[in-house]
Design a protein around this ligand. Sequence first.
Ligand code: ZN
Length: 144
Amino acid sequence: MLVATHMAAAAALYKLSSIDKLSRPARLAAIPAVLILSFASHFALDAIPHRELQMPGNVAIGLLVIAWLCLIAWRDKDVLVLATAFLGALPDLMWVLKISPAYDAIHSSLHFSGVRVPSYILLVELAGMVALMIIVSLRRSRSQ
Ligand SMILES: [Zn+2]
């Protein structure tokens, strides 16, 4: 799955949590849960049948989404947009960096490995990623 999809999904998960609308103590208590869910969302998305894109295309789309997320974080003055997006992508970064054979085995076991899916599934994923980006754009964080 595209790293950009993982980042957009985790950022959307954070925005949809609406924790910025909680009181400060409740927000501080909820932030760890949202960060953990952002990381865990990666594995849930990986389990969905999907097509893989080669590294250059994956990185190019990822850089565009990172730039867009930086704009959203700057607009909303909300670094958690970037933190959650980073955590959504972190499992693949850990895999690329080969941090541990045991981790790679866990990641692979949770990853979709069924039959080859049709090419148009990549377009469906891109459409879903754009929808997630729209959600993140429309859900402005409350100013601190
Ligand atoms: Zn992955």
